[in-house]
Write a protein that binds this ligand. Structure first.
Ligand SMILES: [Zn+2]
Length: 156
């Protein structure tokens, strides 16, 4: 997924009960946090590895973090907030699985599981992704977020 992670966090937050403490900022941060590895990918590794192989894109890493953080959050009275954070990360990883591949089997398997293979049909990989039908899903998420944004405050 190229462009719709932040928007997916917005849609997620809007789909949840609004009384969850810090709902929107937690959903937005969780929705984009795995892509923080792009800093290391570009500045340190110079693009040598698929950035979905970094630990912030590995589901078992977040499972381990959640196993520690969720009980702690429950003890502190923020279980629902922490659950939103991990749900947003899960949404990120699922959306990245559509055309980018995620290490769902790690540490047992190092295979990047993807739902659809986006062929390198054009000169630049970004163009290949943007001209592939899966990009319509991104536009759909954008449209859902825009719809919810413009409807905010309208609901009673
Ligand atoms: Zn990602």
């Amino acid at each position: 997924m190229l462009t719709a992670h932040l928007h997916s966090g917005y849609v997620l937050a809007r789909a949840l009960p609004p009384d969850i403490p810090r709902l929107m900022p937690v959903a937005l941060v969780g929705a984009v946090l795995p892509d923080i590895d792009m800093v290391w990918f570009h500045l340190v590794d110079n693009g040598a590895f698929h950035h979905h192989r970094y630990w912030v894109h590995v589901p078992v890493f977040w499972l381990a973090v959640a196993a520690v953080a969720l009980p702690l959050a429950a003890w502190l009275g923020y279980l629902r907030t922490a659950a939103v954070f991990f749900a947003a990360i899960l949404v990120h990883l699922v959306l990245d699985s559509i055309g980018g591949g995620i290490l769902w089997g790690a540490p047992i398997s190092d295979h990047l599981f993807e739902m659809v293979t986006v062929p390198a049909a054009h000169g630049h990989w970004i163009l290949s992704f943007m001209l592939h039908w899966t990009f319509l899903l991104e536009l759909l998420i954008w449209a859902a977020a825009a719809f919810l944004w413009f409807r905010r405050g309208v609901e009673v």
